[in-house]
Design a protein around this ligand. Structure first.
Ligand SMILES: *Cc1c(COP(=O)(O)O)cnc(C)c1O
Length: 362
């Protein structure tokens, strides 16, 4: 094909980015993306399919997804004074948040290692991203965060709670300190709430410049793409202006209504995943040569013997299990790998692949 004018016209900030790559999991046990490993309970399938079949897909969906929003409020106990904004995944809401405040010379601050999208979206919007290194055992370094806030006066501070990829919950007092110090908006991203069960959601009432983000992805509906933000109506009214109309499609709305009416089933699955997480943690602690960190999410971060992170990841993949290799990032994540908690059978397959690879390396 002939050459295009893309190099000339695409903004330099975009040209400098690399696309978010998703590894190919075909034929592998998939423990790389924090999905819930369990399908829907069989007794729910028929009702769900009927609900979908009744949707007139020739018509646009409810632009505000009002019936979904009502159920989200009820199931997750959103404070009445807060407003909601729904997104095509919480990733879309991150993009909306950044788009709303982006201006040259403005900054986004977040701890590092952290969720990759914060940096990617901030830089794509032409903002400066400042990562604040986490302290020992990935604890939030309160002084460093407050100092970064004072120096950069960020428009936005992102705190993933629990943090991805480290799995820990930062001390609530440190998050509160950030809320007090920040001159702009603070977003507490609770993507893993189903497994942590602690929340800043009730505190949006006392903190007008706090927004709490949630998603249904990690709890069991990753394929649906539905997340929401809760916060002060003044912030949310601004964000709503740049939300694309009909961003939550009809099939997602119908499925979400049905799923939220049967949310008990997802809570049972989350409890099973939390139990499995503890078993998997104990199993990793037992493996000599590995370091593993406790987690309040549905994944575990662990460190391979020095210099062997990449080789261990590849050994596990060759034995049929896909996890996430974070060792390339170096620094605090040197030799670190992340495994999503799967079913008991998947976790057993992972441990077997892990042991096989560890033996192969020694
Ligand atoms: C997975 C994840 C998200 C994105 O979730 P989606 O709703 O699927 O877009 C957001 N924040 C964190 C910290 C995550 O780990």
């Amino acid at each position: 094909m002939a050459e295009t004018r893309a190099a000339e016209w695409v903004r330099p900030a975009i040209r400098a980015l690399s696309a978010y790559r998703v590894a190919d999991a075909s034929g592998l046990v998939k423990l790389d993306a924090m999905e819930n490993p369990w399908p829907w309970p069989a007794e729910l399938r028929e009702g769900w399919q009927e609900a979908l079949a009744a949707e007139p897909v020739n018509r646009y969906p409810d632009p505000a997804a009002g019936e979904v929003a009502d159920r989200l409020r009820r199931v997750f106990g959103v404070p009445e004074a807060a407003d909601l904004l729904l997104g095509n995944g919480s990733d879309e809401i991150l993009q909306i948040l950044i788009h709303a405040v982006a201006e040259r010379g403005r900054t986004v601050v977040a701890p590092e290692p952290g969720f990759a999208m914060y940096r990617l979206l901030a830089e794509a919007a032409g903002m400066e991203f400042v990562g604040v290194p986490l302290g020992e055992d990935f604890r939030l370094d309160r002084e460093a965060l407050i100092a970064a806030i004072a120096e950069h006066e960020p428009a936005l501070v992102f705190l993933a709670w629990p943090n991805n990829p480290t799995g820990n919950l930062f001390e609530p007092e440190a998050v509160e300190a950030a809320l007090t110090a920040a001159p702009g908006l603070v977003v507490v991203d609770e993507a893993y709430h189903a497994f942590a069960r602690e929340s800043f959601l009730p505190r949006v009432v006392d903190h007008p410049d706090l927004i709490v983000l949630r998603t249904l992805s990690k709890a069991g509906l990753a394929g649906l793409r539905l997340g929401f933000a809760a916060g002060h109506p003044e912030w949310l009214a601004e964000l709503d202006k740049i939300r694309l109309p009909y961003n939550i499609n009809r099939l997602t709305q119908a499925t979400a209504r049905f799923a939220l009416d049967h949310w008990d089933a997802f809570e049972v699955q989350a409890a099973a995943i939390r139990d499995e997480r503890e078993r998997l943690y104990a199993a990793l602690v037992e493996r000599p040569g590995l370091a593993v960190w406790p987690s309040a999410a549905n994944f575990l971060l662990f460190r391979a013997p020095e210099g062997q992170g990449r080789a261990l990841f590849e050994g596990i993949r060759e034995r049929g299990v896909l996890i996430k290799d974070l060792s390339g990032a170096g620094g605090a994540l040197a030799d670190c790998l992340r495994v999503t908690v799967g079913t008991p059978k998947e976790n057993a397959a992972f441990l077997e692949a892990l042991d096989g690879s560890l033996r192969g390396m020694s």
